[in-house]
Write a protein that binds this ligand. Structure first.
Ligand code: PMV
Length: 309
């Protein structure tokens, strides 16, 4: 039996970092990039994994016990109650840039979980897939909010509050964003840990910053629901300023944000963990190409134009 699964990338529109402290955030799938996994039964014993994106071609038991791929696969077997390890061939490919805030790790996890369970003819619910992917996010990030695995599992825009029931939404009028990649890979975990140290030293100050971010996310959700997306621009600018205050921006991110605005974006902000990775800009459909070109001229490694539905 051969099983295939695909999972999209994602981007956070509003609320990163504050989401770790239970404030709401909005994230959407990015269908232009995706992780794809093929799993098939094999005649050779063992589980052979081929993942050219991370230069890996190995049998499962030769990987360190805490290797994320090993953890995912063993957790899936446990979840579906398999005790005799089957002989499988697994191929993982992905067009999602690694460590750039587009959810590459979570997308590989979700596609792998679905392809393995599919090959073994066991169906897992979205909730089960999400929970299994979350366990792996903990290895990557330490104390993740769970927003990445959630938006990627459901492949729908989500309004996310840590620990609460998942709320998906759709926009009553589609709108366009341009994503710009600084090309700098920055570990989310470091930025999250640094902010935690700041918060522990001055909890009142940072709680009020997080409250302001939460208010922005709530307002953004209302505007999107009402089709008033043009008004999201100033909210993006305000969210970026708060992220700068949290020390998670960088000169390169600020430079791309300024370039997007100079080329006609309605608003722009960094997205995800920060210090590198991606930024995004809200544009009218007619301005998308100009903003994307402006970002490339300003040094972006690549751009993606995507429509939020
Ligand atoms: O760097 P990304 O896109 O995986 O985003 C992380 C989002 C944070 O809010 C910074 C961390 C989290 O766990 O939510």
């Amino acid at each position: 039996m051969m099983s295939h699964a695909t999972a999209p990338g994602k981007i956070i529109l509003f609320g990163e970092h504050a989401v770790v402290y239970q404030r709401p955030a909005l994230a959407v799938p990015v269908l232009q990039v995706h992780a794809d996994v093929d799993v098939s039964n094999s005649l050779e014993p063992g589980i052979w994994i081929d993942a050219p994106i991370i230069n890996l071609a190995a049998e499962l038991s030769t990987l360190a016990p805490a290797h994320p791929l090993r953890v995912i696969i063993e957790n899936v077997f446990q979840a579906i109650g398999i005790s005799n390890i089957p002989a499988l061939k697994i191929r993982i490919i992905s067009t999602i840039p690694v460590a750039s805030g587009l959810g590459s790790g979570a997308a590989v996890s979700v596609a792998l979980i679905r392809a393995i369970s599919g090959c073994l003819s066991r169906r897992l619910s979205n909730e089960q897939v999400n929970q299994l992917a979350f366990e792996v996010e903990k290895i990557h990030h330490g104390n993740p909010s769970g927003i990445d695995n959630t938006v990627i599992t459901f492949a729908r825009p989500v309004y996310f509050i840590k620990g609460q029931r998942i709320e998906t939404f759709h926009s009553s009028e589609p709108f366009t964003i341009v994503i710009g990649d600084t090309g700098i890979s920055a570990p989310t975990r470091q930025a999250v840990d640094d902010l935690r140290n700041l918060w522990q030293a001055e909890p009142d100050r940072w709680n009020s910053v997080f409250d302001r971010v939460g208010e922005i996310s709530r307002k953004a959700r209302r505007l999107i629901k009402n089709g008033e997306w043009q008004q999201l621009g100033p909210l993006m600018d305000a969210n970026h300023a708060l992220l700068q205050e949290m020390t998670v921006s960088s000169p390169e991110l600020d430079h791309l944000v300024a370039a997007a605005k100079a080329n006609g974006a309605l608003g722009a902000k960094l997205s995800g963990g920060g210090r590198g990775g991606n930024m995004l800009a809200l544009v009218t459909p007619g301005a998308a190409e100009k903003v994307a070109r402006g970002l490339l001229t300003a040094g972006a490694r690549r751009t993606i134009i995507t429509e939020i539905q």
